[in-house]
Design a binder for this molecule. Structure first.
Ligand code: GDP
Length: 527
């Protein structure tokens, strides 16, 4: 379906790979559903919602998801609209999953920021925006729930500009709000879209034309005329370049629930959002239009089917064409790997991908060969950067209820760590494994999964450590000296890299000052 579409544009130029960032409850799920409907990826509204309620067999593997009603897994949905192939990467909704979300955002080229019109910028939106800003990801803003009582549009634009330091360019303007919300006015095209009228936008003579005024109750018409005049004078027009550089956001007002403004939004995304961008690797930058296939793994999802220990590695194709059955080189190990059954994901099902292009995300089934951050190429020895690991903020020792199963636990922890559920630290003094997480919920996820998938009941014990840092040095001798002097505070991470653990930020600082040739880092690039 995807390969067969007739078009002039190159397959890469047609791709738009994006995520939706928002605070819980702003309307991400509802908007996702409406976007997929436009793309014909699902037939009935409500299917994404059904997934949220955790009734589908696919998500049953994790009781915790059902209990808490949150989305723990990151997935990808592909759909076509207006000659474009959209890859929507779903980011986990809960704030505890910032690492996973962060990694997902390394794989997108643009993002839709959904804001609740009554609430404005909320904590999580802001945090996710900051992650996008690190890579200058262009942001399209959707102000949602205009059908409810909402804040003044100027106020909302002002808040975006001030709190995010991001210029705004409203594309349309709400006609009325809350109960009197009747539609939107396109500021550049002078067209009107009516709520509940599924038709093309109608051209009008201007915002004060009778056709527009009649949409509002008489007592609101003067205020509207004044407001729209001000909007046209005071607001910046949309410009492509500052948008693509991440400095300016086009703003669409609408209501996902009423499926209003969503078409304008997706049209905007199709027209303005960038095609797949080049990606930095250690030795050079790889451009999306290069002919040879490269890609990196940003997410591993294991045990989607608990009966088979299958793992899906989600890989973003960065350049070239991936074809089913091709041989790729896993650069970390130098070994070849046959991509015999790469998969595309749609709203509910998966399908074998015969070919995928830069910007696409494919699922690669494997039995533990692939890890987060891995680079696959057609032979070139390059490693993509920028899928980082953050120093965990919580450290716990894992206590096994049945000591006979220590070996099995070690294997299970290794797998969970490879999948990115937790980070695993093996103390050099031989004491029990320590797991580290950024958010506490991940500890519950680990416990639940060890029980459900491996039959291993565990408990957690506090450790005396609260903080850890990866340590490196230009002098191997200094590093080895530091390690042997502090052996009881050193652990190896999953890749065998040394980690220094401290009891408090204060004691960490103390040790840092006494070891000037050692670098203490709270971020590690996966390699
Ligand atoms: P998420 O947590 O961001 O995925 O938010 P949901 O899409 O689940 O929406 C949260 C709630 O807001 C649900 O009850 C939706 O029905 C409701 N909602 C979403 N969009 C709109 C909208 O445009 N108008 C109104 N009135 N409610 C909405």
């Amino acid at each position: 379906m995807i390969a067969g579409l007739m078009t002039d544009a190159s397959p890469v130029a047609r791709r738009r790979t994006f995520a939706i960032i928002s605070h819980p409850d702003a309307g991400k799920t509802t908007l996702t559903e409406k976007l997929l409907l436009f793309g014909g990826a699902i037939q009935l509204a409500g299917e994404v919602k059904a997934k949220k309620n955790r009734v589908s067999a696919r998500s049953d593997w994790m009781g915790i998801e059902k209990e808490r009603g949150i989305s723990v897994v990151t997935s990808v949905m592909t759909f076509e609209y207006d000659d474009r192939v959209f890859n929507l990467l779903d980011t986990p909704g809960h704030e505890d999953f910032s690492e996973d979300t962060y990694r997902t955002l390394t794989a997108v080229d643009s993002a839709i920021m959904v804001i609740d019109a009554a609430k404005g910028i909320e904590a999580r939106t802001r945090k996710l925006f900051e992650v996008c800003r690190l890579r200058d990801i262009p942001i399209v803003t959707f102000v949602n729930k205009l059908d409810r009582e909402s804040r003044d549009p100027f106020d909302l634009l002002d808040e975006i500009e001030k709190t995010l330091a991001l210029d705004t360019a409203p594309v349309n303007w709400p006609i009325g709000r809350g109960k009197s919300f009747a539609g939107t006015y396109d500021l550049a095209k002078n067209t009107v879209r009516r709520l509940d009228a599924d038709e093309e936008a109608t051209p009008v003579n201007g915002p004060d034309s009778p056709a527009v005024l009649e949409m509002l109750p008489p007592e609101e018409r003067d205020a509207w005329a004044e407001e729209i005049l001000l909007a046209r004078e005071a607001c910046k027009p949309f410009e492509l370049q500052p948008f693509r550089e991440g400095h300016l956001t086009p703003v669409y007002f609408g209501s996902a629930l009423r499926n209003f403004g969503v078409r304008d939004l997706i049209d905007g995304l199709a027209a303005y959002a960038p095609p797949p961008r080049g990606q930095d690797a250690d030795l050079r930058r790889v451009e999306a239009e290069e002919p040879r296939m490269t890609g990196f793994v940003f997410k591993i999802q294991a045990n989607m089917d608990p009966n088979h220990r299958d793992r899906i590695a989600f890989m973003r194709v960065c350049s070239g064409k991936l074809t089913r059955g091709m041989k790729a080189k896993l650069v970390r190990t130098g070994k070849p790997m046959s991509l015999s059954a790469p998969q595309f994901f749609f709203a509910r099902n998966r399908a074998i991908a015969d070919e995928a292009w830069a910007g696409d995300v494919v699922g690669i089934p494997n039995h533990g060969t692939l890890r987060i951050g891995d680079t696959l190429t057609e032979g070139e020895d390059i490693l993509f950067r920028g899928v980082p690991s953050f120093a965990p903020e919580i450290l716990r020792r894992v206590k096994l209820q049945d000591a006979m199963k220590a070996k099995k636990l070690r294997e299970a922890l290794q797998q969970m760590a490879e999948e990115g559920v937790v980070q695993l630290f093996l103390p050099q003094d031989g004491s029990g494994a320590i797991v580290g997480v950024v958010g506490a919920l991940q500890l519950d996820v680990l416990k639940e999964r060890l029980q459900a998938e491996y039959g291993l009941p565990i408990d957690y014990e506090p450790t005396r450590f609260t903080i850890c840092r990866w340590i490196t040095s230009d002098s191997r001798q200094d590093l080895e000296g530091f390690i042997s002097k502090n052996l009881s505070s050193i652990a190896d991470d999953l890749d065998g890299a040394p980690v220094f653990m401290a009891a408090s930020p204060f004691s960490l600082r103390y040790d840092e000052e006494r070891a000037p040739t050692i670098r203490f880092s709270d971020i590690k690039d996966y390699q």
